[in-house]
Design a protein around this ligand. Structure first.
Ligand code: PFF
Ligand code: NA
Length: 436
């Protein structure tokens, strides 16, 4: 059977942006930004996206396109090494871990879409979140989200992922812009914008080494880096296009949507709630829900907002599921429907554990995810730098114009040495900080 490929270049870019834009932008980014000093955090995060994110994306793209395989097949076929092939299996684990907690949050979102329509959380936003976040019903909504994800992946790369994201991405941007325009006109919105956009440099200097690890973790998460998603998506690409151009476009678009999400969330929070909450993963749900509860058209605005978040979450969750699906299809010749169905069975169990146990959820959503993505990306970078070497540069140069081609060799040094050192240093210092 011939392997699938993307229909169009735009289709690939939108699918990759769809993977990048997600709960990371709309839920985790405001959460992290509010806990880590607002604009100062944004600044550090932007720096990491540029200096680590774009080269990291390129490493995944190069490996994926050159091999035309899933992460396991890519690392083993390009290296002929048992150790790298074993390492490749980490990405199957990463995908399982990611989707397990992600579809729990996806389930919350679906529930909030419904609750916005009916106004169910209007009387008591805080109590509502506490009542629905973990437990059997949360597990049920997680299954619903997982099921929708599987229905898209089941249809394949072109007819499933590409055609879904081609509709979802423009809808997300248009609706977010509309919400942002409305949000900044609220009384008191200015304070929210100041919080997001004007950094306190003294605080930045004092807390730089506390902010850096969180910003780095968030940069990887938001760009879907270190999981093998971007590698897998690039494995469905032809050789006629510039990976550097596509990677830059994806990083820019993701950042744009991230900041846009901040422009929606922070003015609403400041104008209507009077502060940004910093109470962990629920802050956004509780804060926004109470904001919507106090508005004349709150039900409508709430429905649109959570609807956008649901679309963004789905366009990311399908990219997580595609990793193990492509693994089973490429390596074991399993049919796509069988692979998808079997994996849904696995995720039904692992996700339910996250939905039932807040302790597991928190550990997975923060520390474990950061660890897996950092370790995974370091692996891809070292692989590109040391195993592929000049071949990586040759792959990078395919389809690249004269300008982009100049950066091939510097990129390889950054990938092979500087960025891994930076990531390991940052991660260890973050861990040391977290342990006191
Ligand atoms: N980038 C996604 C987000 O910001 O929500 C999360 C994500 C998707 C992480 C896919 C990793 C991944 F492989
Ligand atoms: Na993102």
């Amino acid at each position: 059977m011939t392997r699938e490929s993307w229909q169009t270049r735009l289709g690939f870019i939108l699918a990759a942006v769809g993977s990048a834009v997600g709960l990371g932008n709309l839920w985790r980014f405001p959460w992290m930004t509010s806990e880590n000093g607002g604009a100062a955090f944004l600044l550090v995060y932007l720096g990491v996206v540029l200096l680590v994110g774009v080269p990291g994306l390129l490493a995944e793209f190069v490996i994926g396109r050159r091999s035309g395989r899933n992460p396991v097949g890519a690392l083993s076929s390009l290296s002929d090494s048992k150790a790298w092939s074993a390492f490749g299996h980490v990405f199957v684990v990463t995908a399982i871990v990611l989707l397990s907690f992600y579809s729990v949050v996806g389930g919350w979102i679906l529930r909030y879409v419904g609750a916005s329509v009916t106004g169910a959380y209007f009387a008591n936003p805080g109590g509502y979140f506490d009542a629905v976040n973990y437990g059997l019903e949360a597990a049920g909504f997680h299954l619903l989200f997982l099921g929708i994800t599987a229905l898209i992946v089941l249809r394949g790369v072109k007819r499933g992922i590409e055609s879904a994201t081609k509709v979802m991405m423009p809808a997300i941007v248009v609706l977010l812009v509309a919400l942002a325009v409305w949000g900044v006109t609220l009384d008191g919105a200015g304070e929210g914008l100041t919080f997001l956009l004007s950094p306190d440099f003294a605080a930045l200097e004092a807390n730089f080494f506390d902010i850096l690890p969180v910003a780095a973790g968030q940069a990887l998460f938001t760009l879907s880096l270190g999981a093998g998603t971007m590698l897998t998506y690039a494995s469905y690409l032809g050789e006629d296009r510039s990976l550097a151009a596509d990677g830059t476009a994806i990083a820019v678009l993701n950042t744009f949507v991230g900041v846009l999400a901040g422009v929606v969330v922070f003015p609403i929070m400041f104008a209507l709630v009077g502060e940004v909450g910093d109470g962990g993963p629920g802050a956004l749900f509780v804060g926004l829900a109470s904001a919507f509860a106090s508005l004349p058209y709150g039900q409508l605005v709430g429905t649109v907002f959570f609807g956008v978040v649901a679309l963004a979450a789905l366009s990311s969750s399908i990219s997580m599921l595609e990793i193990p699906v492509s693994f089973l299809v490429d390596e074991y010749g399993v049919s796509r429907p069988t692979a998808t169905a079997g994996l849904v069975g696995v995720f039904a169990v692992t996700g339910s554990v996250c939905a039932l146990d807040p302790g597991v959820f928190d550990l997975v959503a923060s520390t474990i995810v950061d660890l897996l993505l950092t370790g995974g990306l370091v692996g891809f970078l070292l692989f590109a730098g040391w195993v592929l070497g000049r071949d990586a540069v040759a792959e990078y140069e395919l389809g690249a114009g004269a300008f982009a081609s100049r950066f091939g060799t510097p990129w390889l040094y950054a990938a092979g040495v500087f960025i891994p050192v930076f990531l390991i240093f940052t991660f260890v210092s973050g861990l040391a900080g977290a342990l006191g």
